[in-house]
Design a protein around this ligand. Structure first.
Ligand SMILES: C[S@@+](CC[C@H](N)C(=O)[O-])C[C@H]1O[C@@H](n2cnc3c(N)ncnc32)[C@H](O)[C@@H]1O
Length: 284
């Protein structure tokens, strides 16, 4: 089978199964398993693909047709220009979370240049996405990535090594602040924020393949914010910031949870679709 034939067959199979981005997903899977690039498809469409590789592509397409997200099949996803490995207990990092990184980078650069170091605590680090993106962009930063999942912490640690950031990243097992005693200039978190009874209604790509612990924010989806707001003041350096990702309908509720804990809202940012997505707080 040629590369062009394989690409065409993959596109058709995904489209017939109702996969939304059939052409893109087909290309990503074919390129990954054949070790080819976009330009190979143009410059060498007649290149022969061996039967074993075709079988690998077919197995990957079958997984995608059953609803498994394309990046789970690939085993990695790009976040803020960084290639992050995924594992069973890590959330697949989402482009919307890049807004959170943008929101605190200027503050972190200021702190690092003024004080020589900027310390970040990433609560619920998963793949390490937030912490590692911040470290990659602020050479004077150091980060502690907290998670309750050993699998996620192992993956975050591996990603830090792969990206050459391991000397500034400390993975730490903790139930939110329970094992944390230091103070930080930035406390960042993209916590689980879906209400427990809303999980069943999520798209199957999310419901079946993102870990429940990364999604479930308790009865009203706000429980982690209550814990983070309650513990933030005693873990924040003077003049520091708390930055959290929120669900698109949670701005007022999360705002009042932090206000009750003694914080004022400094900035609210929207995601790429214009939904409320990130809130930045400072002590009132
Ligand atoms: C929505 S995911 C965010 C992952 C990553 N920060 C990102 O933005 O892609 C939430 C993370 O919180 C972690 N988590 C859930 N409960 C926790 C707890 N009690 N203490 C610490 N981390 C927790 C989950 O394991 C998961 O990795």
């Amino acid at each position: 089978m040629t590369l062009a034939e394989l690409l065409g067959a993959a596109r058709r199979k995904l489209a017939e199964s109702g996969v939304e981005d059939a052409a893109l997903d087909a290309r990503l899977l074919v390129e990954h398993f054949t070790g080819t690039s976009r330009s190979d498809a143009i410059a060498r469409p007649d290149r022969t693909i061996d039967p074993r590789t075709v079988a690998e592509v077919e197995a990957a397409l079958a997984r995608r047709c059953r609803g498994e997200p394309v990046h789970r099949i690939l085993g990695f996803r790009e976040f803020y220009g960084l290639r992050l490995s995924l594992s069973a207990e890590t959330l697949e990092p989402r482009p919307d979370t890049e807004v959170l990184v943008d929101a605190v980078l200027p503050f972190m650069r200021d702190v690092a240049s003024r004080e020589g170091e900027c310390r970040v605590l990433d609560l619920g680090t998963g793949t390490g996405a937030i912490a590692l993106a911040l470290l990659a962009n602020v050479p004077g930063a150091v980060a502690t990535g907290v998670d309750i999942s050993d699998d996620a912490l192992a993956t975050a640690a591996r990603n830090a090594v792969d990206l050459g950031l391991a000397d500034r990243f400390r993975p730490k097992k903790s139930d939110w602040f329970a094992e944390i005693s230091d103070r930080y200039h930035v406390i960042a978190s993209n916590p689980p924020y879906i209400g427990s009874n809303e999980i069943a209604a999520l798209q199957k790509e999310v419901r079946l393949f993102d870990p429940l612990r990364a999604l479930d924010g308790g009865d009203d989806g706000l429980e982690p914010y209550r814990i983070i707001a309650a513990g933030a003041a005693s873990h924040l350096e003077q003049g520091g910031l708390v930055v959290v990702e929120i669900g698109s309908t949670q701005r007022l509720e999360v705002g009042s949870i932090f206000a009750d804990a003694g914080f004022r809202l400094v900035r609210a940012l929207s995601d790429l679709a214009g939904n409320d997505r990130v809130l930045v707080f400072a002590t009132a």
